[in-house]
Design a protein around this ligand. Structure first.
Ligand code: HEC
Length: 157
């Protein structure tokens, strides 16, 4: 063995021995954090559209169009990996971390339909928001309903 290899292997042995045993993270912590962050971005974009719809913020066609496109992008991202089976709030270790109800993963789950309703409402919003304020307002109802429809069924209070 050359001196360099000896040094390197001594270092890596030491690293192996010194690696502390880290307490295991709650299962699916990363996935839960990511999907909540995703939902927060959705809320941010929704907030701009909502403020314009309510007249709390001046209507700006370019911004409305951009934000509505973000909403559609968010709705159509393939986020399946962020929603693994067993990452619901009935799991003891996760009850403080997530509000996702187990029904989301049940045989008879309608989460897919609820998600599709969101995509559809986002498509309409993306097509309408940049036209004028009246069009944005018209698209707002169904979009808001699509969030509530899923939250009511699958998100704990
Ligand atoms: C297909 C179902 C579904 C749709 C559609 C949906 N959500 Fe959610 N949302 C959830 C679930 C489930 C959670 C709880 C996630 C968790 O805690 O792990 C959640 C959580 C959230 C949160 C809390 C995030 C956090 O930091 O904990 C916000 C805000 C949110 N959603 C906003 C929205 C808005 C706004 C829309 C519509 C534009 C929307 N959601 C559409 C299922 C959905």
């Amino acid at each position: 063995m050359t001196a360099l290899v000896k040094v390197l292997s001594a270092v890596s042995m030491a690293a192996l021995i010194a690696t502390p045993v880290v307490a295991a993270d709650a299962p699916f912590e990363k996935e839960i954090e990511a999907r909540q962050a995703h939902m927060d971005v959705v809320k941010y974009n929704m907030g701009i559209l909502g403020a314009m719809a309510k007249g709390k913020r001046d209507y700006d066609a370019d911004l409305a169009g951009a934000v509505a496109k973000n909403m559609l992008s968010a709705a159509t991202m393939n986020n399946m990996s962020m929603w693994p089976q067993g990452s619901d709030n009935s799991v003891d270790a996760l009850s403080e971390l997530t509000k996702a109800k187990p029904g989301m993963w049940a045989e008879d789950s309608e989460a897919g339909d609820k998600h599709n309703a969101w995509v559809k409402a986002s498509e309409t919003m993306a097509a309408e928001a940049g036209k004028d304020l009246a069009s944005l307002r018209k698209a707002m109802g169904p979009l808001g309903k699509s969030c509530k429809g899923c939250h009511k069924a699958y998100k704990a209070k």
